[in-house]
Design a protein around this ligand. Structure first.
Ligand SMILES: Cc1cc2nc3c(=O)[nH]c(=O)nc-3n(C[C@H](O)[C@H](O)[C@H](O)COP(=O)(O)O)c2cc1C
Ligand SMILES: CCCCCCC(=O)C(=O)O
Length: 374
């Protein structure tokens, strides 16, 4: 990486400006669905605030002429230490939804995580991101045969890992969505992985005979699984040769259990403040989890990452890589180009921040360059 200049033809650099653009372009229901958190949005705010509670203390005179943003996870090289987080229902933001975001990510070799509730099938998203790393996020359905089918399809479509979201046994209490009476599936978004699944079709869709409302009800009935336990993970591991990553870990004891159950990685996440409100910010949760993990498995991180310096802080506190959610979703209001713009700027911002931190590689960032604000 030799330049830290922002993208020349960028229209929007600032996260808050993208958010404003999204607010102006989207209907209230869709915008609130993306922006809001659960409950009184305490955690949503804490996630962002937490980054301000850590100072970067840069080093100087270290020769940062040549810089390297690459890292590796599960023996695969990544061009940058950040992923597009799994985000469902992307056609509520732009008609090309996940295809646009996956193409933008792939054009910059940014790794992508496809959601179970995508508006295009995992096979279509896989094709849109061919050549670039991609993981499949599993909302573990309340039907083992459908769960197995999803995992096998992800393997066949060339995905590199399965991300099991474990913080969504039920949907969070999202007051703004409830107030707006907004549920994105009602727009027809988020059902592609089900309607393209042979097991689901045969068992629940009577081979395509259900009308849209019946279909949505059938999906909702099996989408979230309240009965999964640590013991059941052994069964999932037997269904796939891909690494399994748990998304939604906040407690250090759960980090320990992940290791004991042979899990390959965890994502320290509170779902962007959208599930249980009042939980810890992820940056506050990270250090104690990293201590327990002690380098034995990969630790990813999300919730509240907005800028390059946020990535530096999360890496310094022990994350191997981070995920971004809302920043790319706001870019998606301008389709593939909008997402690309957000990502290009984030790469340039990260590169600038790396140089000014006095480091030449993201792999060299460690806790020596951060301290809690006092
Ligand atoms: C609109 C929207 C939809 C989401 N859909 C999913 C999903 O389908 N699966 C999932 O595991 N997480 C989902 N998430 C959570 C993200 O993966 C991620 O944890 C969160 O957005 C990170 O916080 P940030 O938005 O502050 O970056 C969603 C988040 C948003 C904003
Ligand atoms: C019953 C729908 C569950 C999917 C929710 C998607 C998501 O994770 C989010 O909105 O956040």
């Amino acid at each position: 990486m030799s330049t830290a200049l922002p993208v020349n033809d960028s229209k929007t650099i600032i996260f808050e400006k993208w958010e404003e653009t999204a607010k102006n372009k989207l209907g209230k229901g869709a915008f609130d669905y993306v922006q809001s958190g659960s409950g009184g949005e305490e955690t949503l705010q804490k996630n962002v605030q937490a980054f301000k509670e850590w100072d970067i203390i840069p080093r100087v005179l270290t020769n940062v002429e040549t810089r390297d943003l690459t890292t590796s996870l599960f023996e695969k090289k990544l061009a940058v230490p950040f992923f597009l987080a799994p985000v469902g229902f992307q056609t509520v933001v732009h008609p090309e939804g996940e295809l646009a975001s996956a193409r933008a990510a792939s054009s910059l070799s940014v790794p992508y995580i496809a959601s179970t509730v995508s508006s295009f099938s995992l096979e279509e998203i896989g094709e849109a991101s061919v050549g670039s790393p991609r993981y499949f996020q599993l909302y573990w359905p309340n039907d083992d045969e459908v769960a197995t089918s999803f995992v096998k399809r992800a393997e066949a479509a060339g995905y590199d890992a399965i991300v099991v979201t474990v913080d969504t046994t039920v949907l969070g209490w999202r007051e703004r969505d409830l107030q707006n009476q907004y549920f994105p599936m009602q727009t027809g978004a988020g059902i592609a992985n089900f309607v393209n699944d042979p097991v689901f079709q045969e068992k629940y869709n009577r081979d395509g005979l259900l009308d849209t409302n019946e279909l949505i009800n059938a999906i909702r009935k099996i989408l979230l699984n309240q009965s999964i336990t640590w013991e059941k993970l052994g069964w999932l591991k037997q269904q796939t040769r891909l690494p399994i990553i748990l998304k939604g870990i906040l407690h250090k004891d759960d980090a320990q259990l992940a290791i004991e159950h042979g899990i390959d990685g965890i994502i320290v996440s509170n779902h962007g403040g959208r599930q249980l409100d009042g939980v810890r910010s992820t940056l506050a949760a990270l250090p104690s989890i990293v201590e327990v993990i002690n380098g034995r498995i990969s630790v990813l991180f999300d919730s509240g990452v907005r800028r390059g310096t946020d990535i530096i802080k999360a890496l310094a506190l022990g994350a191997d890589a981070v995920l971004i959610g809302r920043p790319f979703v706001y870019g998606l209001v301008d389709g593939e180009n909008g997402v690309r713009e957000v990502l290009q700027n984030l790469v340039a911002d990260l590169d600038t921040s790396l140089a000014l931190t006095g480091k030449t590689s993201v792999k060299d960032i460690d806790c020596s360059i951060v301290e809690r604000v006092y």
